[in-house]
Design a protein around this ligand. Structure first.
Ligand code: ADP
Ligand code: ASP
Ligand code: MG
Length: 456
């Protein structure tokens, strides 16, 4: 059971989480206790990153003051949820966690240089503190919870701020540490998102990575279900920040959920599905504010075909790169040469379309764009267009109903489209268009496929 930032935002939210976990624990009869993975309290990760930026600017007093504020918030939540010696111990542990990073941030402010490695050390405090608080709150409410330092389990490479878990070590540690606890009827509680290298240096898995942590731990332990508890009812037919009243999608295949997560459905971290697929474990997205709603169930099977799409996602802030070369005419090896440039600069390409003499690709990571363009110009003409977006319409039914593609394109009317592609798997249709047109295009697509039809 993974609880996101808004699900543990304050004492009332953690109280709700405790109720949900206790109900689950009691229904298991203590036989298969749940394992709990939590994010930092809402907005804490952003605030910790902001504090390191202040330190980088040399503004040590504001950086320290903002960490003091965060400490005060954690202490008030911790004190509201616990009593007696449990409260004293929790308060002392949270204070110590913050004392460490306040010292670190002060030192970094002297150097005025924040490395990815030191950023991870600061940011990890969010999940360390939240998981301690949730463990204590559960224990206070009679659930036999045990706090675990996630860094002793989640073993990763040293790619700070976006580390990759080492599955074999992580699974071995999870089974060594959590296995016996669970067998004894204990509820293990750990922070998501954070890990450590084999040498014990703190790392993080990238923003939103707690979902990924939960899926990895779930796969390692071979659980019955991986539950992602958040602040919406499940996967919705579109991003509720763009489409005011999307519908709940009750069932998705692993492949559909992966596509949606990759193309911007923030409710799931894009890597979440992979560990679940490897062990064929169902993933369920649930709302901690409305635990009675059954949410979205994600499994290997697609729901029966009904002539509909499943959902629409969008990824913003994308750049289109057009690469043209007459030398491409009839020449082999051109695409290899082209994609080698992206590989060399470790930049992922999302959408690709080709014609006889040109290739267009999209990227969202533009950190190495200048170098990529310089290298491509050695053998082609190159132009870039920033401020674009990708809209991805997903549905297993695209494989069986050949009219859906036409309907999707037609629904966009006069919205200017830059690239259009339908994957060979035909599970998605991808449109690349100006970012400024996203709301209009999403609204048109959503109206076409979801407005008048009943909930899935
Ligand atoms: P958590 O803190 O629980 O991990 P996130 O903020 O990471 O929660 O993800 C949940 C949010 O994802 C929702 O509040 C919603 O605004 C956003 N979201 C974007 N696209 C979708 C979608 N298709 N379905 C559901 N939520 C979505
Ligand atoms: N707290 C981390 C973040 O805000 C991880 C997560 O919430 O999943 O990115
Ligand atoms: Mg999230």
């Amino acid at each position: 059971m993974k609880f996101g930032g808004t699900s543990v935002a304050d004492a009332a939210a953690i109280e709700r989480v405790a109720g949900i976990v206790r109900a689950r624990f009691e229904s298991s009869g203590g036989g298969k206790p749940p394992v709990i993975v939590v994010s930092a309290l809402a907005e804490v990760t952003d605030r910790l990153i902001a504090a390191t930026r202040l330190a980088e600017d040399g503004d040590v007093e504001r950086a320290a003051a903002s960490l003091d504020d965060l400490l005060a918030r954690h202490l008030s939540v911790a004190s509201a949820l616990t009593t007696g010696t449990r409260r004293d111990d929790l308060v002392a542990a949270v204070r110590e966690e913050f004392a460490t990073i306040i010292g670190l941030v002060r030192a970094l402010a002297v150097l005025r240089e924040i490395s990815p490695r030191s950023l991870d050390a600061v940011v990890a405090a969010g999940e360390l503190a939240s998981s301690r608080i949730v463990a204590a709150a559960l224990a206070e409410r009679g659930v036999p919870a045990v706090w675990i330092d996630a860094r002793t389990i989640m073993t990763t490479d040293a790619e700070h701020t976006g580390a990759t878990p080492e599955m074999a070590q992580t699974c071995a540690r999870a089974n060594e540490v959590i296995g016996p606890l669970a067998a004894d009827g204990h509820v293990a509680v750990m922070g998501g998102f954070i890990g450590a290298t084999a040498q014990g240096v703190t790392t993080t898995l990238g923003r939103g990575g707690s979902d990924y942590s939960a899926a990895i731990i779930g796969a390692c332990l071979g659980v019955d279900e991986i539950q992602i508890w958040t602040d919406v009812d499940g996967m919705l037919t579109a991003d509720p920040r763009i489409i005011p009243e999307p519908q709940l999608v009750r069932q998705l295949s692993f492949a559909e959920a992966s596509e949606l997560a990759y193309f911007g459905a923030k409710v799931l971290h894009p890597s979440t599905i992979l560990p679940a697929v490897s062990k064929n474990i169902p993933v369920r997205i649930l709302n901690s504010l409305r635990p009675e709603v059954s949410g979205t169930l994600i499994t290997a099977e697609a729901r029966p075909p009904d002539g509909r799409l499943s959902a629409i996602a969008c990824k913003r802030g994308v750049t289109v790169i057009d690469i043209t070369s007459t030398r491409m005419l009839g020449a082999h090896g051109f695409l290899r040469r082209l994609f080698e440039v992206f590989e060399r600069f470790k930049t992922a390409v999302d959408v690709v379309t080709t014609s006889e003499v040109s290739v267009s690709v999209t990227v969202d990571d533009t950190r190495r764009l200048d170098a990529i363009v310089d290298n491509l110009r050695k053998f082609a003409e190159v132009s870039c267009e920033p401020d674009m977006a990708i809209i991805c319409a997903v549905g297993e039914d695209l494989r069986v109903d050949q009219t859906l593609f036409g309907r999707a394109v037609a629904s966009l009317g006069r919205v200017p489209l830059r690239l259009v592609s339908q994957a060979a798997s035909r599970r998605n249709i991808t449109f690349v268009l100006r970012d400024a047109d996203v709301t209009q295009a999403m609204t048109r697509l959503h109206d076409e496929f979801f407005r008048t039809v009943a909930v899935t």
